[in-house]
Design a protein around this ligand. Sequence first.
Ligand SMILES: C[S@@+](CC[C@H](N)C(=O)[O-])C[C@H]1O[C@@H](n2cnc3c(N)ncnc32)[C@H](O)[C@@H]1O
Length: 235
Amino acid sequence: MKAKYPLKEIFDAIPASYDAMNRLMTLGMDQWWRRRAARICLEKRPASVMDLCCGTGDLAILLAVTAGYDLSVTGLDFSGAMLEVAVKKSSLKKTGPIRFVTGDAASLPFPDETFGAVAIAFAFRNLTFRNSRRDPAIREILRVLKPGGRLVIVESSQPANRLIRFFFRRYLAFTVGFLGGLLSGDRGAYRYLAYSAAHFHTPEELRIMLLEAGFQTVSFRRLFFGAAAIHLAVK
Ligand SMILES: C[S@@+](CC[C@H](N)C(=O)[O-])C[C@H]1O[C@@H](n2cnc3c(N)ncnc32)[C@H](O)[C@@H]1O
């Protein structure tokens, strides 16, 4: 099954329902997982980080509030509708300045070696699942990372246990595919999100993909029985 519409149209259509669906899809654990990803991202105290495909800005905001030192935070997304929500949320949380930029992951508007770390939450799947622009997007991440810089990916994953995987896929089909479509009024968008999550790569496959792309080391840890995972790739 292919996405019915281009990805940008999907995300332009759902900013109002997106955060609520995220909480529902992850049983409220998504913010906790983002927080863990933010901590891993900041471990080496990079001076500048990018939240790639930042959507409504949750990870960018967490990076800004947890850093505790002078950190430059940039959020990039190609959906103006998602970025509008991000800008509003960050001003409400009084995070200090986060630079939100409209742009495409496959052609990043930044010079080489700009960021000490790049973090991406629940969007690496969009960049790599049956996406013909997967390779340019990964090349761009490598290009804008400083040598030794970190790419931290928090993403839905595939439980290794077959029984858990079976229930996980049923849960996705119901909550995301069915409920998401019903509540947002956009069935196509949420069917795509449920389908891509249910059929996304395993952490081992993702590790090989990143090593082949040129990262020096890649490790991962599974979250909540493997329903999600955090990957750390070092340039
Ligand atoms: C599932 S949402 C994740 C949003 C956010 N990172 C989060 O933690 O909730 C995926 C986001 O990726 C963005 N996106 C997908 N492909 C993109 C691309 N090629 N360039 C820039 N943004 C992209 C979408 O607009 C959307 O906001």
